[in-house]
Ligand binder design. Structure first.
Ligand SMILES: Cc1cc2nc3c(=O)[nH]c(=O)nc-3n(C[C@H](O)[C@H](O)[C@H](O)COP(=O)(O)OP(=O)(O)OC[C@H]3O[C@@H](n4cnc5c(N)ncnc54)[C@H](O)[C@@H]3O)c2cc1C
Length: 302
């Protein structure tokens, strides 16, 4: 690892932050040490970095805004790559080209300011464009799949290719990238419709008020824990109806406000959150026979 990091430094790939707690970079505010977080300056440097990772056989992961991840408390013996420098947002009439590190909320807000419709669902989703495309993030019966025309990716053999919307194979909280975890999203092209700026702003204001009331936004979380199961009530209702709201493990709690959120109420460890998620999953299985799918990604638990 030392030799690898020296070479990253020598090649001027970008900022390196060493031996830092992942809890600073995740919305759950949990997670152990990581050997380094690297911020490549541009695509060429990212390609160089990926080649070095391969040469030294280093474990790695792309970290967006950490808003859908549950890292364990143990040290991640690898590196995280953050694409903060890939944050360009360019508008061409109703087409937007956004870097993978750009904030989804910012892209949505800027679009609405220009009277462009289609990203209203995204104004409350605290992810990056890369993380949103990977997850096919969505809300209010819409998602990235409805608005994304194409995605530029770096493949695992260091080629830069563009995948069409069809090739991205977007489904409910699922995309092509989840089945190709070594591909890196560099950029997404989004196409929106012309709309009425004031009407769009009203929709967003109304939804914001609803979110503030219905979600525990004053505590660290990673949004919905479980996907909604097909042909059944939403996960939150299933959990609430078996009386699990307010249940705690250590500092983690099934939110009193929304049962599909687990919050870091009081200095929870990653293990507290992990154990509570699995407890709720088992309880729902026992009670209804429904095997809920976890929407959040567990990292470094093996
Ligand atoms: C308060 C709150 C509310 C939320 N509400 C919603 C909601 O309404 N709808 C919804 O869908 N989600 C919601 N989420 C969850 C989360 O914001 C989304 O899943 C978001 O898309 C994750 O983006 P991220 O940048 O944080 O990705 P991360 O959590 O950092 O990463 C998620 C995955 O994407 C991968 N990834 C990230 N960037 C790239 C890239 N450039 N190339 C390849 N892979 C990449 C990571 O390796 C990881 O596997 C919410 C979260 C919170 C905290």
């Amino acid at each position: 690892m030392k030799e690898f990091l020296n070479e990253v430094d020598k090649l001027d790939i970008g900022k390196i932050v060493k031996d830092v707690f992942i809890s600073k970079y995740t919305t759950y505010k949990v997670g152990g040490l990581v050997r380094a977080i690297i911020y490549p300056k541009n695509t060429d440097k990212l390609v160089l970095l990926c080649k070095l990772i391969k040469k030294y056989n280093i474990k790695y992961k792309i970290l967006g805004n950490g808003s859908n991840l549950l890292f364990s408390d143990k040290t991640y013996e690898g590196v995280l790559i953050k694409l903060d420098e890939f944050n360009k947002i360019e508008f061409f009439d109703n087409k937007i080209v956004c870097g993978a590190g750009a904030s989804l909320m910012k892209v949505a807000r800027e679009s609405i300011k220009r009277g462009l419709a289609g990203l209203e669902f995204a104004t409350g989703i605290p992810g990056t464009i890369g993380g949103a495309v990977y997850m096919n993030a969505g809300a209010y019966k819409s998602d990235m799949g409805y608005v994304t025309r194409s995605v530029k990716v770096l493949t695992d053999d260091f080629k830069i290719i563009t995948l069409t919307n069809e090739e991205m194979d977007f489904h409910y909280r699922s995309s092509f990238l989840q089945h190709h975890p070594n591909y890196i999203c560099l950029e997404a092209t989004i196409r929106l419709e012309k709309g009425d700026k004031n009407a769009l702003e009203e929709v967003v204001k109304d939804r914001k008020q609803r979110r503030m009331k219905s979600q525990p936004l004053n505590y660290p979380s990673a949004g919905s824990v479980f996907r909604n199961p097909p042909n059944a009530d939403p996960s939150g209702k299933l959990i609430e109806d078996i009386g699990l709201k307010g249940l705690t493990k250590g500092g983690a709690e099934v939110s009193e406000v929304h049962a599909n959120f687990i919050i870091n109420k009081n200095n929870a460890s990653a293990k507290d959150i992990h154990d509570l998620i699995l407890f709720v999953k088992d309880a729902v299985k026992d009670h209804y026979g429904i095997d809920l799918r976890i929407e959040q990604e567990f990292v470094n638990w093996e």
